[in-house]
Design a protein around this ligand. Structure first.
Ligand SMILES: [Zn+2]
Length: 141
């Protein structure tokens, strides 16, 4: 298992998982002790290695202050989403125009290509919105 996975962004909470030799010897089972680099993690005697790491993550959740500027305000996230959606839709539309130009399509065909490229662009734009909706407006668990 890669402990880096548990390294927390601000680097202040690095788990230190050690085997508790005495307890391991006494119980005949591997016992762990977990501490945190911040030194504020409450004493905990986990039943297993996974328990220990879960407990550390819980501890980090308790002690982490809200990240400063780590999360963009909702308004900015929405603006970015709309910009991305517009970019997608417009590039598909322009792609359609380029196709019309390249093949010098007749009016009827040109209209069809314009409609298809616009619809495709909108589809992708909305797919993007669906894909990132959790990030834009997280649901409270
Ligand atoms: Zn900590």
């Amino acid at each position: 298992m890669n402990l880096d996975r548990f390294r927390i962004d601000d680097g202040r909470h690095i788990p230190n998982l050690v085997i508790d030799e005495d307890a391991t010897h006494a119980t005949g089972q591997e016992r762990y002790t977990i501490t945190c680099s911040c030194g504020r993690m409450p004493n905990f005697n986990p039943a297993s290695r996974d328990d220990a790491l879960t407990a550390h993550l819980g501890h980090v959740g308790i002690h982490l202050e809200p990240p400063k500027g780590g999360r963009m305000p909702l308004g900015l996230r929405l603006v970015l989403l709309v910009t991305a959606m517009l970019t997608i839709a417009v590039s598909f539309y322009l792609g359609g125009l380029a196709v019309i130009d390249t093949y010098t399509l007749a009016d009827g065909q040109a209209a069809a290509v314009r409609a298809i490229s616009m619809l495709t662009g909108l589809t992708f734009a909305f797919a993007l919105m669906v894909a990132v909706r959790r990030y834009i407006a997280p649901t409270r668990a």
